[in-house]
Design a protein. Structure first.
Length: 57
């Protein structure tokens, strides 16, 4: 299950993701994550998209 499945299609989060490409954030913060130690972290792009939704709501 993904977070997108839990959010209604008419929600501001989906509308924002259609206009703003958050994929550049992964490259900016990749050096902060360890690939082989600990639990996998949520994607930084997901956090930024959710924060933008909160800001615009």
């Amino acid at each position: 299950m993904t977070l997108s499945f839990l959010v209604p299609l008419d929600d501001l989060l989906h509308k924002t993701k259609a206009v703003i490409d958050f994929d550049f954030i992964h490259d900016c913060v990749a050096h902060l994550y360890c690939a082989d130690n600990g639990r996998p972290a949520p994607r930084a792009t997901t956090w930024c998209a959710m924060a933008s939704r909160s800001f615009f709501s």
